[in-house]
Design a protein around this ligand. Structure first.
Ligand code: AMP
Length: 138
């Protein structure tokens, strides 16, 4: 299957749809997931167009992983999470719902179960505050 530039993350990257932005540079955008699996669920989105890991340019992958690490550390510091889960889904049967490559960073709090994938919408004010706190921890 080929890349379709009308997907929601491509629209966010083009500035057509608002997002709770944490960080942006020439290669990637980092934003809050609006249907978080836990408090602070963050997405790292490479700007280079690809559906997912399977068709991504290896150069784009190597460029983005240091940022994934940096955001994971900032996220842990900003949220006080006990651990960080990294997740990434490839094609619908594997759980992918948005077909532009992205990495999930999901804070894990000891003793608290994660909410279902793409479940309830979070409060906008809380997401805005979290985005600010994570950016400040970078
Ligand atoms: P995936 O299932 O890996 O494709 O993940 C897509 C993720 O995007 C899900 O966790 C959704 O909660 C999240 N999501 C969908 N629409 C938006 C949006 N407009 N802004 C932020 N996150 C979104």
């Amino acid at each position: 299957m080929s890349y379709d530039s009308s997907n929601i993350f491509a629209r966010i990257l083009r500035g057509e749809i608002p997002a709770h932005r944490v960080y942006e540079d020439e290669t990637a955008l980092v934003m809050m997931d609006i249907f978080p699996q836990s408090r602070g669920h963050t997405l790292v989105i490479p700007k280079a167009p690809s559906r997912n890991l399977l068709d991504a340019d290896p150069a784009a992958l190597s460029a983005v992983m240091p940022l994934v690490q940096r955001i994971a550390n900032a996220l842990k510091a900003a949220t006080g999470a006990d651990g960080i889960r990294l997740a990434q889904f490839n094609e619908a049967p594997a759980g992918q719902t948005v077909f532009h490559l992205h990495f999930h960073l999901i804070p894990v709090y000891e003793g608290m179960a994660l909410a279902p994938h793409a479940g309830g919408k979070a409060d906008d004010a809380e997401l805005a505050e979290l985005a600010k706190a994570i950016a400040a921890a970078l």
